[in-house]
Design a protein around this ligand. Structure first.
Ligand SMILES: [Fe+2]
Length: 175
């Protein structure tokens, strides 16, 4: 039985429509992040960089957690998400630095998106969503920092193969 059949007294407080639309979009973005992380991991496996491949495999798992947490929140608020098509990840670049730079740029896009929804929820007086998103705001700080650290290590290593092997080991261990 759909919620339209429930009397007003048995309905939960609802998520404002504009916020709901953005949460749906965010769920798709998290799922896109899962796909990108797996694509980057696969590309790095093909290039024989097991440490960096492990980094993105673990990130894919984290991204699945982000999607799951958001899904559950929407269900808890009686607004189950509409599942949309997830865009395909871009054709992967052929070097580790390019891959990590893409990962950083995607993470920054996610931060901007979370900030935008936080502002919207706040302005709409939807404090439940605003506070729910605080976890994501915090997690994005760590995620951007971690990827940036890896980018810096790769930049320092340049094309020095023994330095790159060391970086691969370190990045794999860091996660
Ligand atoms: Fe995420």
């Amino acid at each position: 039985m759909g919620k339209n059949h429930l009397s007003a007294s048995t309905q939960l407080t609802s998520i404002p429509a504009a916020v709901l639309t953005e949460l749906n979009r965010q769920l798709t973005l998290e799922q896109y992040s899962v796909s990108c992380a797996y694509a980057m991991s696969a590309a790095l496996e093909n290039m024989q960089w097991p440490g960096m491949a492990k980094y993105w495999r673990k990130q894919a798992k984290d991204e699945q957690g982000h999607a799951k947490k958001l899904f559950k929140y929407m269900v808890d608020r009686d607004s189950p998400p509409v599942i949309e098509a997830v865009p395909a990840p871009p054709a992967m670049l052929t070097d580790p630095l390019g891959i990590f730079n893409y990962g950083l740029s995607n993470s920054k896009d996610v931060t901007v998106s979370i900030d935008k929804i936080s502002q919207l929820a706040h302005d709409a007086g939807d404090y439940a969503t605003f506070h729910f998103l605080a976890w994501y705001v915090k997690d994005q700080v760590k995620e951007e920092r971690d990827i940036l650290d890896a980018v810096a290590q790769l930049q320092h290593a340049g094309s020095d193969m023994s330095a790159l092997l060391h970086v691969d080991h370190r990045i794999g261990k860091a996660r």
